[in-house]
Design a binder for this molecule. Structure first.
Ligand SMILES: Nc1ncnc2c1ncn2[C@@H]1O[C@H](COP(=O)(O)OP(=O)(O)O)[C@@H](O)[C@H]1O
Length: 295
């Protein structure tokens, strides 16, 4: 697979400085003219981001959440991160979505990025960091405070850089039995019109003496989306297996990184969304009076 050497800059480059300078630049070059001085200390820049200027009506308003979702491809990071985002009134930032937005542009690098993504490879750290810095800056301009990161960090380098500019309060590591992960990725569908996420897989894994049955019904679309469903190009069996291999090699060490810091909450998904959502809320000591509506 020929991918431009420019994209695969050796990880030995001081990516920390790249992120720091990008981070400051993205904070000081906003179209609305950030009040931040470009020479501002990074910690202060990160603190500015974290200031609770949330205008949400969330019952958790004012509590700053800097959370991360970890988990294998197809485990449901986006499903639960978006629900928590609605409940807590903080933005859900999915780096996979940022990458796909970049792929849909006709940017110089989009064809090379597509090669990487469609083969299940990770995008180079500095590129993903540039995308995330821009998104954080846009959020700051809109008065967002706090965030739930989904899909970042995905390497120890990314985790170290993130730790250098802000404090992550909690890392939720979603886990699901391997045999269910592949079926969920292959069953994933997106409505090409409204962007809604669905899953046509019906997962029913028999239990045995020490593991309960795993039943996850399909998450079917409404009638007006049924004829518009598409799959992601990287959700083929071959690419999903490569993504799982890369996750185990590159992202499992990130779990260790946060476990050592006492910030990792391991959460084994027990089944479908209603059951898992209720149990996740209990694990997070959160209440959700709209529980049935959101789930
Ligand atoms: N933090 C990241 N670092 C590098 N590449 C990333 C990152 N986040 C997303 N990507 C790229 O975008 C693709 C899709 O990401 P995502 O939608 O999160 O997929 P998954 O279902 O595998 O978690 C990844 O396979 C990878 O190529």
């Amino acid at each position: 697979m020929a991918v431009s050497h420019r994209l695969l800059r050796p990880a030995t480059t001081t990516i920390k400085n790249t992120f720091s300078s990008l981070f400051i630049r993205s904070l000081s070059s906003s179209s609305s003219g950030s009040s931040l001085d470009p020479k501002i200390d990074l910690e202060e820049a990160a603190a500015q981001l974290g200031k609770s200027s949330s205008t949400s009506t969330s019952p958790y308003k004012g509590r700053n959440f800097h959370w991360v979702f970890l988990g294998c491809p197809g485990v449901g990071k986006g499903t639960y991160a978006s629900r928590l985002s609605s409940l807590l009134g903080v933005p859900h930032i999915a780096t996979g979505d940022l990458v796909r937005e970049e792929l849909s542009s006709s940017g110089l690098l989009s064809s090379q990025l597509k090669e990487l993504v469609n083969h299940g490879k990770l995008v180079p750290d500095e590129f993903i960091i540039s995308l995330l810095s821009k998104r954080l800056q846009a959020g700051k301009d809109k008065g967002e405070s706090g965030y739930i990161l989904d899909g970042f960090p995905r390497t120890v380098t990314q985790a170290e850089i993130l730790e250098g500019v802000t404090n992550i309060d909690l890392v939720i590591n979603l886990k699901l039995r391997e045999e269910a992960l592949l079926a969920k990725c292959l069953g994933r569908r997106i409505c090409s019109e409204c962007g809604g996420n669905y899953n046509v897989a019906c997962i029913d894994i028999k239990g045995d003496d020490d593991t309960p049955r795993m039943y996850m019904p399909p998450l079917l679309p409404p009638p007006n989306c049924e004829s518009k469903l598409i799959s992601r190009a990287d959700d083929t069996e071959e690419v999903v297996k490569e993504r799982l291999r890369i996750y185990n090699k590159m992202t499992q060490p990130v779990e260790e990184f946060y476990k050592k810091r006492g910030k990792l909450l391991e959460f084994e998904l027990p089944g479908g969304i209603p059951e898992s959502w209720a149990r996740l809320l209990r694990a997070l000591h959160l209440e959700d009076d709209k529980q049935s509506a959101i789930a």
